[in-house]
Every structure is written in C-alpha cells, then in structure tokens.
Write a protein that binds this ligand. Sequence first.
Ligand code: SIN
Ligand code: MN
Length: 218
Amino acid sequence: MSALIPRPAREIAPCAVHVPDWLTLDEQRHLVVECRRWATAPVPMRAAQLPTGHRMSVQTVCLGWHWKPYSYSRTADDAGGGRVAPVPDWLVALGRRAVAAAFRAPADDYTPDAALINFYDETAKMGMHQDKEERSDAAVVSLSIGDTCTFRFGNTFNRGKPYTDVELVSGDLFVFGGPSRFAYHGVPKVFPGTCSVDCGLKSGRLNITLRVTGLADA
Ligand code: SIN
Ligand code: MN
C-alpha cells in the first residue's frame, strides 16, 4: 500500500529496524498462497495452548522447527504429531535480503532454520514476550501481510515501558537483532478491514517470523 504521508525506514531501537512497504504485492500474494498451503499439511495451523491452559488467540503453523509454548521440536506433538515441513530455500533467500535491507549490509551468512507463521483474526492479539527459545542471537525477520496492526517494541528488561508503538502495514518488514534481539514485543491491536485485497488476503493479518534456532537434531 502506498502511503499519502511517506513512511521512511526507521531504527526503532538499536538494531531494530522498520522498513515500510518492503514486500511487493506479488511477493505478498505469493506468501499468502504458500501460507495457505503450509497451514493445512503436514501440520495443521492451530491456536497453541499455553501452560496456563488458555489458548493463544493467534493461530500458528511452523516450518523447520515446530514451536509450542515454550520449546522447539521437529514434530508437532501438540498438533497431530507430524514432522514439520522444511524452510524452503527461497524463504531463506528472502530472509537474507530482508536482513541486508534492514541493516544495509550483506547478510549472506544469515540462515534461518525456523519460520513461525501467525494468523490474526480481527480480535487476535499477542501479549508482550521475548523470542527466547532460540539458542542464537541472530536477528529475527518479521514480515507482515493483511490488516494493519500496532506492533509494540519494548525493552530487554520487562514487559512494560519504555516501548515504542509501530504501525505495521501489509508489506512491511521489521528486523530485530544485536542489542534488541531479546527485546519484549507484542501485538496489542489489529485493525480489521484495513488490508487491501491486492495483498491476497480478504481479512485478518499474517505475520511470518524467520529465526535461527541454533538447535541441532539429537
Ligand atoms: C511474534 O512476535 O512472534 C509475532 C509478531 C507479529 O505478529 O508482528
Ligand atoms: Mn515474538
């Protein structure tokens, strides 16, 4: 979506960079088609259950490694037991381009081995949390498609202030690494009806995060 008021790339915190309008509409549509496929097999998209017994409002399917609160495995033991699909090479290449664009430096050694695909319906949200099940401090790449949301990017100490609220629009890229890699972040609000049909999604919001787990098979 092109904005009336230009949205320049912005460093929100050290090594946490928002790059608006990074994905083309073609790339967004392609990712939506692939996400629909990944959401059905070999592991179905599901709302993960938290240790409290509550289910997340966001629905998730994974590539490479299956994430459930709060660990990774090769098989989706809480979602039918299937072995997760691999992260395709083209998605690794997209991740490299994303890190290079955000940090304005080549990122040929960036090799994400897990992708979490999250779908938000109009009421879904995600509380403040750290991505900390990975044993690597390599950057996290976040790609957004569909409805606009408020993305809250905080500090590395607690879930509260100081934080910065960033509007993530369809096609936006956000990368966080370096001293911000373990910053708390969350999605307090999705704005229903804000996505353009051209992105391939009729409603809701998709977010894809690419991560380096640093894990090895047993
Ligand atoms: C996440 O923190 O894993 C997802 C963030 C987002 O949906 O933008
Ligand atoms: Mn996260």
